[in-house]
Design a protein. Structure first.
Length: 781
């Protein structure tokens, strides 16, 4: 049917295609078959928690995630600078430092005033070749990285270097303007105080060398700490290696004393000496000596309480030895002032706060002391046994605020059983069971009854009860919520719960009214797409528009990845609407076959006369559905007693449901029949069952719908029990009840039982409409 015409032209060959409609149509059919999405098994249950830092669970969120470094110090200085309000941007030359983790990097980018969308600067090089400068113009704050080579003079040094300095063992460091530690050199001396000399020897050559180091304490001093007056050390210095030596001493009386310099010798020749004063003056401090407000030791020993507080306020207390002010904390006012200063710096000192036990009127400090010492399981002096929640005037503890407990969600979680198995409620998911137990322990400490627990915990309890399908109890807890408080804090969550709960209201009109009011409220709200879908689904459900409803994205997309339980259900719902459906039942009174079809044009009806008792004896798993492969193969070798070819009426819409009644031939009256209906790719068979139920099953997607055959309305709360056929026989699979639209997902459970299943047998039972048994295949994946 395809013809190709070739024509020669000057530029080359051109091809004219004709009569390709048929081949294109076939290609489209092949592509549609190839791209057809099949059933996707429910994913295993995953545990979700709110993470305030990316990829970090709540119990591991500590201050170590964003360590203190030069970048954050520069940002703090920027905030404290009075001129920072008028500054247009914050940039730091240490911007490459906060890169230990993704969270730290993102936080650093957040505080820097770098534009993430601005165009780069305009670069312009100097036209003068002798000028290496590059000029650039930026319209937004930017960071410029410059690398330059400079010529420096060569430093002439000896092969062995020696350096020595005096230091105070109790006050060894000072801070420079950048906050970095520097050695504090001592140049004034007091009788009776211990001093030290630190000597450092460095081999600057590339070869090892042996040297002698001679050290001697100053004249008139006495060695301490297992010291010595004079000592010669024989050192083996490896290449580019450094060694150090320290000794301590004190002068018992004032005066001027000579100091012999430390020297390094090799083979009897001095090759280096330390530059120290030749004469040292030792004297008592003058009584009217001015207080050194920059020396922590001087302030602590000679200053007033106000001087100590001033020093703590103007310096970093984390770098100070606070043990020297413990005795001052006996003064209650000084104790409170010190705690206030340290609290403002985010610092806690257990020994200082411990004075709250001594003082009688320091309730705040006592509470903080007890809190720090009551729940640290690593400490041996624990005062109070670990608990979940406690509050009193003296102490308060909440395991949520301390990142010990958090609300967790489990998605997807589908229960296999709708009724109790035994006398107690069982949670089959171990992770959820453990979380629910911890939650109950927490609320048992924080409340005396369900009415007393907080609104947040009531919402969590409602969610956990819904996961267990304890609907009535969940509704009772939900009714105890303070609607005003919930509306102010969690309005969307509260409204969705309210609409969801209304689905279980026995008063159908009242339920639809409440759910419709909620869905209407959020119909035009600016919400994320996933939230809009939730309220959109509620509106469609209560309005009974499931059969006619399709989203625009459903029309434009043939499928996609399943990102969640809701997306999975919507994808399966969309695909199932595109799949032909052919269901039918036999009216025993009128002896007619009533077809219910969708996307089917023609059917063939085969009538087989059979002995029902013998058939069931040969195959116990056989029931009215003829999709069993053994049954299909058996009837394929038998000619039907009678055959009807039926053309079905066209439907106004492809996704609507059509019906047609066909009379059973009178020649087959009063006979047990196996009736087989074949429509396009669908084949099914049934025996007689006296019931008033109509089942619509889409086995490739694990969904069924129960209708009343007389009214054609959905049958809600119909009990459905499913058994699975495995290699070892048959076993229980799941049970439950149909929803407001008569639908039931008979496949999805949170176990891997479906992997062991070959076929499913379904029982649908009602109190007034009878029962029906149906056998279906395992969904294809």
């Amino acid at each position: 049917d395809t013809t190709l015409e070739l024509k020669q032209s000057g530029d080359g060959k051109t091809m004219k295609k004709s009569l390709l409609k048929k081949s294109r149509k076939k290609k489209a059919v092949r592509q549609s078959i190839t791209k057809k999405k099949l059933f996707k098994q429910l994913e295993k249950t995953k545990e979700y928690s709110e993470t305030y830092f990316y990829g970090v669970r709540y119990e591991t969120q500590t201050h170590n995630l964003v360590p203190i470094n030069k970048f954050w110090c520069s940002y703090a200085e920027h905030l404290l600078d009075e001129e920072s309000k008028t500054k247009k941007a914050f940039l730091s030359k240490h911007w490459l430092v906060p890169t230990n983790s993704l969270n730290e990097t993102l936080l650093a980018l957040a505080v820097m005033d770098l534009s993430l969308s601005a165009n780069g600067p305009t670069l312009r090089e100097s036209k003068d070749q002798r000028d290496p400068s590059v000029y650039f113009e930026a319209n937004a704050p930017c960071i410029v990285m410059v690398k330059q080579l400079k010529e420096v003079e060569l430093s002439k040094t000896s092969l062995v270097s020696i350096n020595a300095s005096f230091f105070d063992p109790n006050d060894t460091y000072v801070r420079d303007e950048d906050g970095e530690k520097q050695d504090k050199v001592v140049d004034t001396f007091v009788p009776g105080k211990v001093y030290g000399v630190r000597t450092v020897v460095t081999n600057l050559s590339s070869t090892a060398t042996s040297v002698e180091l001679l050290v001697e304490i100053p004249q008139g001093s006495i060695p301490v700490s297992s010291g010595y007056y004079t000592k010669t050390s024989f050192l083996q210095l490896e290449s580019f290696n450094t060694t150090h030596l320290s000794f301590h001493f004190y002068w018992p009386s004032p005066g001027k004393y000579a100091m012999f310099p430390m020297c390094v010798s090799r083979k009897g020749k001095i090759i280096g000496n330390a530059l120290l004063p030749k004469v040292l003056e030792v004297a008592y401090p003058q009584k009217d000596k001015k207080l050194d407000v920059k020396s922590w030791e001087d302030v602590v020993e000679n200053g007033k309480d106000s001087d100590v507080l001033t020093f703590l306020t103007t310096n970093n207390p984390f770098d100070l030895d606070l043990s020297s002010i413990y005795h001052r904390c006996k003064n209650v006012q000084f104790f409170k002032d010190v705690c206030k200063v340290l609290r403002g710096c985010g610092m806690y000192n257990d020994s200082i706060w411990g004075y709250a036990v001594v003082h009688n009127n320091c309730l705040e400090e006592l509470r903080e002391f007890l809190l720090q010492n009551s729940f640290d399981v690593e400490k041996s002096n624990t005062i109070i046994i670990y608990t979940h929640f406690i509050y009193s005037p003296w102490i308060s503890y909440d395991n949520v605020e301390n990142n010990v407990f958090a609300h967790l969600e489990y998605i997807p979680l589908v229960n296999a059983r709708a009724h109790l198995l035994g006398k107690q409620q069982e949670i089959l998911n171990d992770a959820f069971k453990d979380q629910y137990q911890k939650f109950l322990e927490r609320v048992s400490y924080s409340s005396t009854s369900v009415k007393d627990i907080s609104n947040t915990d009531k919402l969590s309890l409602t969610y956990y009860l819904l996961l267990q399908e304890r609907i009535q109890e969940a509704m009772e807890v939900f009714s105890l919520l303070d609607e005003k408080v919930c509306t102010e804090n969690v309005e969307i969550l509260f409204d969705y719960f309210k609409a969801y709960m209304s689905m279980f209201n026995e008063n159908e009109n009242e339920a639809k009214k409440l759910a419709s009011s909620v869905s209407t409220k959020y119909r035009s709200a600016s919400l994320p797409k996933r939230l809009n879908r939730l309220f959109e689904d509620i509106e469609v459900l209560v309005n009974g528009e499931l059969d006619d409803y399709r989203r625009e994205e459903d029309e434009s997309k043939t499928g996609g990845n399943v990102f969640g339980l809701g997306d999975r259900d919507r994808a399966i719902e969309k695909l199932s609407k595109m799949t032909p459906s052919l269901e039918w039942e036999i009216d025993n009174i009128t002896r007619t076959i009533r077809l219910s079809y969708q996307l089917v044009k023609n059917v063939t009806i085969n009538f087989y006369v059979l002995n029902t008792e013998i058939l069931f004896s040969q195959n116990p798993f056989f029931n009215e559905d003829g999709n069993d492969s053994n049954n299909q193969s058996a009837f394929s070798y038998i000619s039907p007693k009678h055959r009807l070819d039926v053309k079905l009426p066209d439907l106004e819409k492809d996704h609507t449901l059509g019906q047609k009644e066909i009379e059973i031939p009178l020649s087959l009256k009063n006979q047990n029949l196996y009736i087989q209906v074949v429509g396009e790719t669908l084949t099914s068979g049934k025996a007689f069952y006296d019931n008033q139920l109509l089942l619509q099953v889409k086995e490739n997607y694990g969904q069924l719908r129960v209708l009343n055959k007389n009214t054609n309305k959905p049958v809600k709360k119909a009990y459905v029990k499913v058994y699975a056929k495995t290699n070892n026989g048959s076993e229980f699979y799941k049970d439950g009840y149909t929803d407001l639209c008569g639908k039931f997902d008979y496949v999805s459970i949170s176990t891997d039982q479906l992997n062991r299943t070959t076929q499913l047998a379904i029982l649908v039972s009602t109190a007034s409409l009878g029962c029906v048994i149906k056998q279906v295949n395992k969904p294809k994946e």
